[in-house]
Design a protein around this ligand. Structure first.
Ligand code: TEU
Ligand code: CA
Length: 544
């Protein structure tokens, strides 16, 4: 089977509650996205991935779904959604839905009926008796909670939740669950959506509920990571649902190495089109993401090269709603925010694979400027803070951990203008707007010919129109302490991408000094010296 998306596609992720608010309640909404379509089209985007807009009690900002076929009232109506699909289509933009099927909300009808004792729905979830007053097993949980919660009033029964207590895991051993999900997918495909981003898709199938071997993080994972049952389900969803619509699927896959990753998106197996792996997000951590260390660019280069080489086709991303902003990870960023953002645009648009741009990345938004925990909303951050407190980690360190890693760093409202509320809202924003919005915003960027937004547009346009960038092979040419260089090649034409991933001016690697046809420099550079965070693109046959 082949890719169900054009190799020229450039996808934009929207986190709806943070994008644009049109009724002053401080929450972004679908109307706000419709109003922003010109900005998105102008950027050159071909697809929008919408983080969940389904009905939800928002324990995990919509990743806890109470009704897969209804729109969250605060976000708008189904009519608004249909209008979004139609208006996007007019601009050549396809809508991609977030498919969260590892778990539902505990407020989903199915769970309520399970609680009411309906056998059919009990079998939709993973409910188990404890052993002699103990939990059913020793597994871990993604949000640092206990993964088992008492099932209703029962004294001895528990349900499994690998995320929050309000996110009970579905039982993928039950064919009824698979049938329900097929029906849900068709419901959205019939409304015109063109693909899905599948949330934590490689953990949906639990092949046993036995104790796991004890691990620092996520004990028990050998029983639910990328199991054969998961592959089977993905192949069936593709054959029965995606293929007939020509729709595509990108999977968010946790704890995968290149071999596991390849199995999940190998075209010959017919499961996913591409995957989001995490390894390059982990280049500045020790053991777990809450312990950050210096970002070493060379580690990023090595990781990217490894995945670029191992997989036929990559989902390329540096930011999303779960990760700190990438440019904020550079310790030597200094006042090079804009330059670093441009360099990342160059890097992202010249790697092999489908590029995903996260809202705000196109204007170089940085991490939230939260002062203390009371300004942070994310459930994960609060849980981790609590856990760290339990472990006796001092308050100052606890806060540092959260400040640098919180998912809210990327969830701060989109900065549209220098107006109060950043043009995001006229009301009180649900999450604190970054104080830099007076200078970092779309309106200001629109006026800067040489600005960050202009450079993203330029790189996206090139990525879409250049066959070598869209389809060419990848090979790494140079990985140094600061500079990354790689080639993309098609039919004898060779493009060379050069990124200075540091705040230092450095020499162009010797082997590249013969390159004469400089197509692009993000800093109007030339010659053998790269400026801080400079990106260059050469056309050059000679360098090997
Ligand atoms: O994320 C799953 C995931 O593994 C992590 O990225 C997650 O953010 C967390 O940091 C694990 O420690 C997906 C969604 O992207 C995330 O927003 C949801 O909270 C989660 O699944 C549950 O649906
Ligand atoms: Ca609103």
């Amino acid at each position: 089977m082949s890719l169900n998306i054009s190799k020229n596609a450039v996808i934009y992720q929207i986190y709806p509650r943070s994008y644009r608010d049109t009724n002053g309640d401080g929450l972004g909404d679908i109307r706000g996205i419709i109003d922003s379509l010109d900005h998105i089209a102008d950027l050159g985007i071909t697809h929008i991935w919408l983080s969940p807009v389904y009905k939800s009690p928002d324990d995990d900002n919509g990743y806890d779904i109470a009704d897969y076929k209804a729109i969250q009232p605060a976000f708008g109506t189904m009519d608004d959604f249909d209008e979004l699909v139609a208006e996007a289509k007019k601009r050549g933009i396809g809508i991609v839905m977030d498919l969260v099927i590892n778990h539902t909300s505990d407020e989903h009808e199915w769970f309520k009926r399970a609680l009411a004792g309906e056998e059919k729905y009990r079998n939709y979830y993973i409910i188990k008796k404890g052993k002699n007053g103990k939990l059913p097993n020793n597994w871990g949980n993604f949000f640092a909670e206990c993964p088992w919660a008492k099932f209703g009033d029962s004294e001895e029964e528990y349900y499994l939740h690998l995320f929050s207590k309000k996110q009970p895991d579905l039982n993928w051993n039950n064919p009824d669950v698979l049938a329900e999900v097929k029906d849900i997918m068709r419901f959205w495909l019939d409304r015109g959506v063109v693909g899905f981003r599948c949330d934590v898709i490689n953990i949906i199938y639990k092949s046993s509920l036995e104790n796991g071997k004890s691990q620092l993080v996520l004990t028990g994972r050998e029983h639910f990571l990328s199991q054969e049952g998961c592959h089977r389900i993905l192949a069936e969803l593709r054959r029965d649902v995606l293929e007939p619509y020509g729709a595509f699927a990108v999977g968010e896959t946790v704890f995968v190495d290149t071999a596991k990753g390849r199995d999940l998106c190998d075209a010959a197996r017919g499961e996913l089109d591409m995957i989001f792996y995490f390894e390059h997000m982990e280049c500045d951590q020790v053991f777990v993401k809450w312990f950050k260390t210096q970002l070493r660019p060379k580690k990023v280069m090595k990781t990217l090269t490894k995945w670029q080489t191992a997989l036929e086709w990559n989902a390329c991303y540096f930011e999303n709603h779960d990760q700190p902003r990438f440019i904020s990870r550079f310790r030597d960023l200094g006042d090079n925010r804009a330059e670093a953002s441009k360099m990342m645009a160059g890097l992202l648009m010249t790697l092999r694979g489908t590029p995903f741009v996260f809202e705000g990345q196109e204007i170089g938004m940085v991490n939230g400027d939260f002062r203390d925990l009371s300004e942070v909303e994310d459930i994960e951050s609060h849980n981790i803070y609590k856990m760290a407190k339990g472990l006796g980690i001092p308050k100052r360190i606890r806060w540092k951990m959260i400040q640098r890693t919180s998912r809210d760093n990327a969830r701060t409202p989109m900065q549209w203008s220098a107006d109060e509320g950043a043009g995001f809202t006229t009301g009180t924003p649900w999450l604190k707007i970054n104080g830099n919005y007076k200078t970092v915003n779309v309106a200001a960027e629109a006026a800067r010919e040489d600005g960050v937004l202009a450079f993203w547009k330029r790189m996206i346009a090139l990525r879409k129109s250049d066959a070598t960038l869209a389809e060419g092979s990848f090979s790494s040419l140079y990985q140094g302490a600061h500079v990354y260089a790689f080639a993309r090649e098609l039919d004898g034409r060779r493009l060379i991408s050069v990124c200075n991933m540091s705040g230092k001016a450095v020499k162009l690697p010797k082997s590249l000094q013969g390159c004469e046809r400089l197509l692009i420099s993000s800093r109007n550079g030339a010659g053998d010296r790269l400026m801080p965070f400079e990106f260059r693109l050469y056309e050059c046959e000679t360098v090997k």
